[in-house]
Design a protein around this ligand. Structure first.
Ligand code: APR
Ligand code: ZN
Ligand code: ZN
Length: 386
């Protein structure tokens, strides 16, 4: 009977897939390439075959044990691009073959944050709901009989991953996947921090602390917004050439100065301070320095880097009392599901140089080499190809 055949075909498609993944078994250990089982997508879930993934400093933060609340063993990775392999019940927006980007900040479209134009911080983010397991509190990954946890609902360090439909965006099928993956975190996070969160104004003076993939994308955002000065700050002067290519007008290394870098920045701006500063390192000292670099009365400082979970800040409230604004930016303020496809289309229309962020490309199996070049400061973004 036709109907029964149809049902059988659907069931046959939704099998467990055995494939390769980079499993993080414990803090401080290299990733281990393993054969894992990836269960079929459940209701409102999508299974994706990854084509490319970037390595972001946040993945490294987890491996160093800097982020609390991550369960091990875990499959990390949150900057991927892939192709839908199968969909669970109730999924209507995606079909096998669609090109997609998993979203580390979901957009459920229903919570108070999603309904507000003021934020992209959906209540289903890891800040509110564990993304170490799927929404039904179970995992789709198993390795050698052990359940393996998800990370940010993306887990892109695997040939196949399963994500909730609220955490995936369909993109232009023509998009090159080895670049499109950077819209899953690095580019979107930095560029949006300048455009959406700070709302950098034409003619303004900006300071960007940290010139990795996120900081350089912030530099691109400041330039696109028409900033007149973009001062890049990094303790690794090797990052300055790229920063200038992306739009930094000056680059300074705090190690070249006998005084705190915020004092240097205030002097560089005629004693006034910058209009906008961005912390793209993830360090509480640079967060304070970025705030202190801001103009009295109206300077705005944006925290883009992720500090260790246990970190606490202390600072003079006078800095805020006298009118400065301190903000945070997660995923560049973009409402992910609706914005990522548009960002990819803008990239296809040559609006930004995402390709310039890629310094290394490795086959997926060489993932630990990708982490080594990140830790040694040689890379901006390494892309792993499946
Ligand atoms: N002052 C200035 N720059 C610094 C300092 C410092 N004290 N310490 C480190 N840096 C520079 C590094 O030399 C590097 O160039 O900050 C840059 C950080 O870049 P990456 O390590 O490539 O990290 P990235 O992927 O850009 O992420 C930056 O954003 O989302 C977060 O978790 C992420 O906290 C991380 C931050
Ligand atoms: Zn990231
Ligand atoms: Zn939501």
């Amino acid at each position: 009977m036709m109907a029964e055949q149809g049902v059988l075909q659907i069931d046959a498609a939704l099998q467990v897939i055995r494939c390769k993944a980079a499993v993080a078994w414990e803090i401080g250990k290299p990733l281990s390439i393993e054969e894992v089982e990836v269960a079929p997508p459940k209701t409102h879930e999508v299974r994706i075959k990854l084509v490319a993934t970037g390595i972001c400093r946040t993945d490294d933060h987890v491996l160093r044990g800097a982020l609390e609340g991550i369960d091990f063993p875990v499959i990390l990775g949150h900057e991927g691009a892939g192709i839908v392999e199968s969909v669970g019940e109730g999924v209507t927006d995606f079909k096998p073959g669609d090109k997609v980007i998993p979203l580390c900040i979901p957009q459920c479209g229903k919570c108070s944050s999603c309904l507000s134009p003021k934020t992209n911080c959906c209540f289903k983010t890891h800040l509110k709901e564990s993304q170490n397991v799927m929404p039904d509190k179970t995992t789709r990954f198993t390795c050698r009989g052990t359940p393996v946890y998800h990370f940010l609902w993306t887990s892109t360090f695997s040939e196949y991953t399963v994500v909730p439909e609220d955490a995936v965006a369909k993109i232009d099928p023509e998009a090159p996947m080895d670049k499109a993956c950077l819209f899953g975190c690095g580019f979107s996070t930095g560029y949006g921090a300048a455009i959406n969160t700070a709302k950098v104004e034409p003619g303004s003076r900006c300071a960007v602390f940290g010139l990795g993939g996120i900081g350089l994308s912030t530099v691109m955002g400041c330039k696109a917004a028409g900033a007149s000065r973009i001062i890049g700050i990094d303790i690794n002067s090797g990052k300055f050439t790229k920063a200038r290519e992306f739009g930094a007008t000056e680059c300074i290394n705090p190690q070249d100065y006998p005084k705190p870098i915020q004092e240097v920045l205030i002097e560089m701006t005629g004693g006034e301070g910058v209009d906008f500063s961005f912390e793209c390192v993830g360090n509480i000292d640079t967060m304070k320095a970025a705030l202190e670099s801001c103009h009295l009365g109206y300077g705005t400082s944006v925290i883009v880097g992720e500090a260790p979970s246990a970190a606490q800040l202390s600072f003079s409230p006078l800095l805020l009392f006298t009118g400065r604004t301190w903000k945070g930016s997660i995923f560049g303020g973009w409402k992910s599901k609706e914005s990522v496809p548009k960002l990819v289309s803008d990239y296809m229309a040559n609006k930004f140089d995402v390709a310039g962020l890629v310094t290394h490309t490795f086959p997926f199996e060489k993932i630990n080499e990708g982490f080594e070049v990140l830790r040694s400061g040689q890379s901006i973004r390494s892309i792993l190809m499946f």
